[in-house]
Ligand binder design. Structure first.
Ligand SMILES: C[S@@+](CC[C@H](N)C(=O)[O-])C[C@H]1O[C@@H](n2cnc3c(N)ncnc32)[C@H](O)[C@@H]1O
Length: 284
């Protein structure tokens, strides 16, 4: 079982609506592999996989360790069900020590003892409202030569204008299916608090103000295949964000059916998305 440092009231849903299927898609692994290059994880000894989810990135880290027996990976997430998936997948690995820590990232300071050489934070920083506080905690955790690497596809600029028509049509189709086949509509009063999307420039400034020196900041154009949108439609956070108040099963079905209709009618194979990656060192 994961260490439990959790102090928040997290909902434990079935692994059926987990991030796992998306996390293992080849295009997504490639995006994260690039980030692990930036963090030079192969040469690090104490590594935090922050917001590790079902362990897709933890697995990528394990694959690159030069001296796995001297390495500790802290896989931190607040979701009990995501960590259960991660433990099921990786708990038996004997080639490195993996400590699964159930904690909100906001409690990083107390969730892990001692300092670390690298923090990798894949596709999760946009969840946290008070990023300044989190960055201060990460800085405090890092050893003097420590590295932080984040990526996100939810920043100001992540949706290329040419993808807007696709999203509009996809939502329209999904709402129609939801109404016709399930007699339901989303409930706007249950909308998850909208997240503030920072621009690349704002992220860079935030890092610098928080005591980091930017090593690399880049935006990659990624062609996300239909399988990416299909699997993200089965992820709880995505369903709740797009169709607030709709039961997960109905939401997933409507989104997946709507998706295949739009891909078919428009004869498309991918939809572009931009991914921001930043690596930074502690400013000493
Ligand atoms: C989009 S998934 C990414 C998972 C993993 N990093 C990957 O790329 O495969 C985001 C993860 O962040 C976790 N998360 C979101 N907010 C969090 C918070 N405040 N504290 C800890 N984990 C959080 C979610 O539970 C989820 O597992």
């Amino acid at each position: 079982m994961p260490d439990s440092n959790d102090t928040t009231n997290t909902t434990d849903t079935s692994e059926e609506y987990s991030f796992n299927a998306f996390s293992n898609l080849p295009f997504y692994r490639q995006v994260n592999a690039r980030l692990l290059d930036l963090a030079e994880v192969g040469r690090q000894r104490r590594i935090v996989d922050l917001g590790c989810g079902t362990g897709g990135v933890t697995k990528l880290i394990l694959d690159r360790l030069q001296s796995a027996k001297d390495t500790v990976i802290y896989a931190v997430d607040h979701s009990a069900s995501a960590l259960r998936d991660a433990v099921a997948e990786l708990g038996g690995r004997r080639d490195a020590v993996i400590r699964f820590v159930q904690s909100p990232v906001q409690n990083l300071k107390t969730a892990i003892s001692g300092d670390v050489d690298a923090v990798v934070y894949c596709n999760s920083i946009h969840y946290v409202p008070d990023k300044k506080n989190l960055l201060a905690q990460i800085r405090e955790k890092l050893s003097p030569n420590g590295v932080l690497a984040i990526n996100t596809s939810f920043f100001d600029g992540s949706h290329p204008p040419e993808s807007e028509e696709f999203f509009r049509r996809w939502l329209m189709r999904s709402l129609r299916i939801l109404k016709r086949e399930y007699g339901m509509m989303p409930d706007a009063s249950q909308k998850v608090e909208s997240r503030q999307h920072l621009s690349q420039q704002q992220y860079e400034s935030l890092f610098e103000e928080s005591g980091f020196t930017i090593l690399k900041s880049e935006v990659a154009d990624i062609d996300v295949p239909e399988s990416g949108w299909f699997h993200i439609s089965g992820f709880k956070d995505w369903i709740e964000g797009v169709l607030p108040g709709v039961p997960l099963d109905a939401g997933r079905q409507a989104l997946q059916k709507g998706l295949s209709q739009v891909f078919e009618e428009r004869q498309i194979v991918t939809i572009p998305r931009r991914w921001l990656s930043i690596s930074a060192a502690r400013t000493n």
